[in-house]
Design a protein around this ligand. Structure first.
Ligand SMILES: [Zn+2]
Length: 319
């Protein structure tokens, strides 16, 4: 009898042990799932960061992209991979890293410690760390819709676009593709019962020189004077830029025309070239200056929310 009881007890004891084990296993399983979810959440957060315009994987070099896709988890000791202070991303991890520029990256990064590594690289690559007009190169692709003119990139003296085309009454001209796009844009804005006037389009080298000479008259110029545009350094000379005006009384930047353009100009291949900070563009802010770059790039810049053509080309165009 007693033997039977003790046997039963042993069985009961055994099943209790089993239940306890199951319970522990259950708790562990829940714990694992929770930890897993937290990790997945962290991963999603970081992928979102990578996917955002500034940190698109496209800005990273191939080896880093591969590492990111293998490791996936981009966190270390609670700090983001993109935290510049910890230098988890090296300059050499960035797509268009140029070994010859390393000292300049370091100097620029020290001058602007808030900038992330990828931001330092494109800015130095396009000579934003160099004073205006101190290392000028002459561009070799002035007919290209993506040709870049700035304070250290000039179009050759004597250059005139070969396909200048009249806008309406012949007072203003743009290169052929830009003129065609402008006419389509004008027709479309009229459908919205708005109207647009051209203030300035193609400018010859001589016209830019006249404006320049007037600008420097009796003026004490400082280094990097954003208003100073020397001949060869105005993209109006490419026939790809047009300054526009609204026809009603409102200030341009508060006008309906402006808001329409902000939402629609990209569909016709135009970007606002000088709406970025002057410290970046090195030109005065000009909210009525539209630059033709073609539909693909204009739409892509709009969607990625990239305002600076040089930045876009450095990060996203293959070169
Ligand atoms: Zn302009």
């Amino acid at each position: 009898m007693s033997k039977k009881v003790s046997k039963k007890k042993t069985i009961r004891k055994g099943s209790r042990k089993l239940r306890n084990q199951k319970r522990i296993m259950g708790v562990l399983l829940v714990f694992t799932i929770v930890v897993g979810l937290v990790q997945v959440q962290a991963l999603v957060n970081d992928s979102n960061k990578i996917d955002s315009a500034t940190y698109s994987p496209l800005v990273f070099s191939e080896p880093l992209k591969q590492t990111l896709s293998v490791l996936q988890i981009a966190k270390k000791d609670g700090d983001s991979l993109f935290n510049n202070k910890n230098k988890l991303i090296e300059f050499s991890d960035i797509k268009n890293y140029d070994e010859d520029n390393l000292d300049r990256y370091l100097a620029y990064s020290e001058a602007f410690p808030e900038l992330l590594t990828a931001e330092v690289v494109w800015r130095v690559n396009i000579n934003l760390d160099v004073d205006d007009y101190t290392s000028v190169i002459t561009i070799d692709n002035p007919e290209d819709n993506l040709a870049i003119i700035n304070k250290n990139r000039a179009v050759a003296s004597g250059y005139v676009p070969s396909d200048l085309t009249d806008l309406e009454d012949g007072t203003f001209q743009l290169s052929k593709a830009a003129a065609k796009a402008y006419k389509l844009l004008l027709a479309d804005i009229k459908k919205a019962e708005l109207d647009l006037k051209v203030l300035n389009a193609y400018m010859s080298e001589q016209e830019v020189k006249l404006e320049h000479d007037e600008y420097i008259l009796d003026k004490e110029l400082s280094t990097n004077d954003y208003g100073l545009v020397k001949p060869g350094h105005s993209e109006h000379q490419l026939g790809l830029a047009v300054d526009v005006e609204n026809t009603d009384e409102a200030n341009f930047s508060e006008s309906e025309v402006y808001f329409w353009l902000k939402n629609n100009a990209h569909r016709f291949g135009f970007i606002f070239r000088y709406e970025v900070a002057s410290e970046i563009s090195h030109y005065n802010n000009e909210s009525n200056h539209l630059r033709y770059v073609g539909e693909d790039v204009a739409v892509d810049m709009y969607e990625k929310n990239i305002k600076h053509l040089e930045e876009y080309l450095d990060k996203y165009e293959n070169r």
